[in-house]
Unconditional design. Structure first.
Length: 158
């Protein structure tokens, strides 16, 4: 059985908008049991965002705030200096919206793309989701879980 993207994609895709707050986005992700989603505005795909992007931004903000005062002492000294900046960095990140942290270079495939191509893209790009587009319109999403599920179903069918 030669599966293609349309065979394993989720077509009822939850998406977020660039102006959605990170707090609302994270809450929606938790409620749906997902870790990322496409960013769509006016029917057009603008990017993709994940909970990992929040962590990355928080880490960058803490590091930027800590840089001037990073001591040359022990690891404990370094951790103490960084910890003073965690709360202010967290507050700055809470004020951001999806558009501030989303990844704009989205990896996409056509509905007819072979599943092997989807898997190769995920491995090469070190990503957990690939968006399925047709004529510049988002029609589906394939996550690593969808890929694993398809492999299991294919083995059971054999």
């Amino acid at each position: 059985m030669n599966l293609c993207a349309r065979d394993i994609m989720v077509s009822d895709v939850f998406s977020v908008t660039p102006c959605m707050s990170l707090v609302d986005m994270d809450s929606a992700f938790l409620q749906r049991g997902i870790s990322g989603a496409p960013v769509v505005e006016g029917g057009k795909l603008r990017g993709v965002v994940s909970r990992a992007d929040i962590s990355r931004k928080l880490s960058e903000t803490v590091q930027a705030a800590s840089a001037p005062e990073v001591p040359r002492g022990s690891l404990i000294d370094l951790m103490t200096a960084a910890s003073r900046n965690v709360k202010p960095a967290f507050e700055r990140v809470r004020e951001l919206c999806v558009g501030d942290i989303m990844v704009e270079k989205v990896v996409t495939v056509a509905p007819a793309a072979p599943v092997e191509e989807v898997a190769r893209l995920m491995v090469e790009r070190k990503i957990h989701r690939v968006l399925v587009v047709e004529q510049d319109r988002l029609v589906g999403l394939i996550s690593t879980l969808d890929l694993v599920r398809a492999m299991l179903l294919e083995r059971q069918a054999a």
